[in-house]
Ligand binder design. Structure first.
Ligand SMILES: Cc1ncc(COP(=O)(O)O)c(C=O)c1O
Length: 408
């Protein structure tokens, strides 16, 4: 009888998957140049400006503004897009907390809607049903690097006069019908935090094709200054959320190796998809035909316990990890159930701020199913592995399925 590793048997693998970040002499050289130049901040430096240009070009966007994180990018993009404080922004309930807290930080109210179970992206019909007088914007999240249905999102926005701020924090280089995401809506935001496919440890960027949004974002991230004003003249509300030249130097090097790494991720993604799809109860998320490039930040599949002797997601994950596959449960709590949301702890020291919304009344069944029962994530660094690494993932899952009675 085959023994699962959780039961003391030999694991499918003991080796590690590729580590992240991937870096080389280029990052070191860029950092050295910055040190030696004496221009460590972006004001008189060249690196952030150069990265903005390159990143904008890659996404066919007219403008780019580098900032210190994806969260900051979202907050500034909302403010710069002229979304009135007090209005509502529709956000999927299954995303990173920043998609919602950025809305609150911009003085607005996040309204959570469910995800499409096939893609884990915003369910456009649910979003349409949530639109009302106070709605000002939609925030589609290109979750895991898979573009959201931008035809539906842009159609809904047009019909109702809404702004669209894309959370493309996991979707560098992804495209929908040939158009790079992040530059389809009014503004788009990306993250360069440590886990991301392009990283400088922390960092973010705002893309837009709108001259006014660009000007306002530029000012906001630079203490409300204006290009033609004096240094100590502040026209708008803002702060210092500028990126450093060190971050930009690393990002330039990361961007140069991005396409090669993406090609590897895409190859492994397709291979895994094909091989996992053949296992009953393992359902990789669907890729819409209109997606022309997937950013492959996460490989996500739905786990159906009925095909694993009724064993819960946590048991399956524990078993899989013991076999040497470091899979993740992903988000474990829907955003509307996060303590900060339920307690409306948006004030100083978590003081309650009574926004006119009751998150305890929200229920998004597909989000709950993803959090509690079905979503399993494999992270982008694993997609940089060898064919054997991918086979190990498939073999470990098959082994567990055939011996599911041994799971706790
Ligand atoms: C979907 C999503 N939105 C927003 C963010 C926020 O980005 P950052 O961590 O750079 O602030 C992240 C990053 O973790 C994210 O994954």
């Amino acid at each position: 009888m085959t023994k699962l590793a959780i039961d003391g048997g030999p694991p499918v693998r003991t080796g590690a998957f590729p580590t992240w970040p991937v870096w080389g002499d280029e990052e070191i050289q860029g950092l050295t140049e910055v040190i030696k130049s004496g221009q460590w901040g972006r004001l008189k430096g060249t690196k952030a400006a150069s990265f903005e240009q390159k990143f904008a070009d890659l996404h066919q966007a007219k403008h780019a503004v580098c900032v210190n994180s994806g969260t900051t990018a979202l907050r500034i993009a909302l403010a710069a897009s002229d979304i009135e404080p007090g209005s509502e922004v529709i956000v999927p309930a299954y995303t990173f907390i920043a998609s919602a807290t950025a809305v609150i930080d911009a003085g607005c109210i996040p309204v959570f809607v469910d995800i499409d179970p096939g893609t884990y992206n915003i369910d456009a019909a649910e979003a349409a049903a949530a639109v009302r007088d106070r709605t000002a914007a939609l925030m589609p999240v290109h979750f895991g690097g898979r573009p959201a249905d931008m035809d539906a999102v842009m159609g809904l926005a047009k019909e109702n006069g809404l702004k669209v701020v894309e959370d493309a924090c996991q979707a560098w280089g992804a495209s929908w019908k040939g158009r790079p995401v992040g530059a389809i809506g009014d503004a788009g935001c990306f993250s360069f935090q440590s886990s991301k496919n392009i990283t400088s440890g922390e960092g973010g960027i705002i893309l837009t094709n709108d001259d006014v949004i660009a000007k306002m974002a530029q000012s906001h991230h630079n203490c409300g200054r204006s290009e033609d004003g004096q240094w100590y003249e502040h026209f708008f509300f803002g702060g210092n959320t500028r990126m450093t030249e060190f971050q930009a130097a690393v990002l330039l090097a990361q961007l140069a190796r991005f396409e090669d790494l993406q090609a590897k991720r895409r190859e492994n993604y397709a291979y895994l998809r094909a091989n996992l799809s053949g296992i009953d109860g393992i359902e990789p998320l669907a890729d819409d035909d209109r997606i022309t490039l997937h950013a492959c930040h996460l490989f996500i599949f739905r786990y159906k316990k009925d095909f694993f002797q009724g064993k819960a997601k946590d048991s399956f994950l524990t078993g899989l990890r013991k076999e040497g596959i470091p899979a993740s449960p992903g988000y474990s709590i829907p955003l509307y159930k996060q303590p900060v949301m339920l307690n409306k702890a948006f004030g100083p020291r978590g003081k309650r701020v009574d926004l006119p919304v009751d998150y305890s009344a929200v229920y998004c069944p597909e989000t709950e199913k993803a959090c509690y029962e079905e979503a399993i994530w494999l992270t982008q660094n694993m997609l940089l592995g060898t064919r054997q690494d991918m086979d190990d993932i498939v073999n470990a899952i098959r082994k567990i399925q055939n011996n599911a009675d041994q799971l706790p």
